[in-house]
Design a protein around this ligand. Structure first.
Ligand SMILES: [Zn+2]
Ligand SMILES: [Zn+2]
Length: 297
């Protein structure tokens, strides 16, 4: 009984850790169950038809997977409305709500070799076990007026199912791998766009999504505390571009308060940057700057 309780706690704590290795029998059974029955969400009325990885194709009109709804409501601010897709965004009270099936609009080894969206791994990369991408039911509720939390900051490794959403509707994961690995080890299983799935099929990015940003100042997404995430570079409202790093412009959580292309008054935001905990550059550090909202799957 005690052992069972401990293993449940460990499972919850490891949710956003990079748990790609399905080398235990238990995980493989979970994987088989996930493949056998494609997940249909209670919110499928919002997100469109459930996407099956083996038959997924790209809709060239939306640049999202065929069948997935891509819509951002008109009451969202322009920086979200004009940049986010492959999810359904709306405003609910003092929160922005995103619902996402979380299927990438880029090719990936992890669609499986029979899929039209399959692409081989780059030379030197390794497969993350039998893991394959599968449709999810992610719902993010993100404060529309982010609040800074200057003391007792919330850790990003606190069991969240995702710590943010990219502009192409995908989960952002923290800077940790399943112990004893660091992300620098698990990066060997990234596909050609720097993503990979958990054993439960949740495709995610710890590192810059190469389908969105490649060492530039593009908007990458938003974390669940409501602060935006940009690429490696920072272009301010005066169109001046710099490359801030931790200790040289950025705090230890990858952020700083300046204007950006989207915010004409100085606003806190994060950058993709070198992360000492991960051993590789990541989208997020070990703590949120603000008070996180909620995310479910
Ligand atoms: Zn991972
Ligand atoms: Zn910046």
């Amino acid at each position: 009984m005690l052992a069972a309780s401990i293993s449940i706690v460990l499972f919850v704590l490891s949710l956003t850790n990079c748990n790609t290795k399905s080398d235990s029998d238990e995980e493989n059974l979970l994987l088989l169950a996930a493949v056998a029955s494609q997940r249909v969400c209670a919110n499928s009325a919002f997100t469109g038809t459930t996407v099956v990885n083996s038959t997924a194709t790209l809709d060239t009109n939306t640049d999202c997977i065929t069948g997935m709804t891509s819509s951002m409501s008109s009451d969202l601010p322009a920086w979200i409305r004009n940049n986010f897709k492959c999810a359904v965004g709306s405003v609910s009270g003092s929160n922005y709500v995103f619902r996402a099936q979380n299927i990438p609009n880029n090719k990936s080894y992890y669609f499986g070799s029979s899929s039209p969206m399959y692409e081989a791994l780059a030379p030197g990369q390794k497969s993350a076990g039998n893991n394959q991408i599968s449709s999810q039911c992610l719902v993010y509720s993100i404060p529309s007026s982010p609040t800074e939390k200057l003391t007792n900051k919330t850790g990003t490794q606190s069991g969240y199912v995702s710590v943010g959403i990219t502009v192409n509707g995908l989960a952002i994961f923290n800077n940790a791998a399943a112990a004893p690995d660091t992300l620098s080890t698990e990066a060997q299983t990234f596909d050609n766009y720097n993503g990979h799935p958990q054993s439960s099929g949740v495709y995610h990015h710890h590192s810059q999504p190469l389908n969105v940003s490649n060492n530039n100042s593009n908007l990458i997404g938003v974390l669940i505390d409501g602060f935006a995430v940009y690429g490696r570079d920072c272009t301010n409202a005066s169109n001046v571009t710099t490359t801030p790093t931790i200790g040289s412009g950025l705090d230890s959580n990858h952020g700083h308060t300046t204007t950006t292309q989207h915010f004409s008054s100085a606003t806190y935001h994060y950058h993709y940057t070198s992360d000492p905990t991960a051993g590789i550059p990541t989208l997020i550090g070990s703590y949120f700057h603000g008070t996180p909202g909620t995310v479910s799957n």
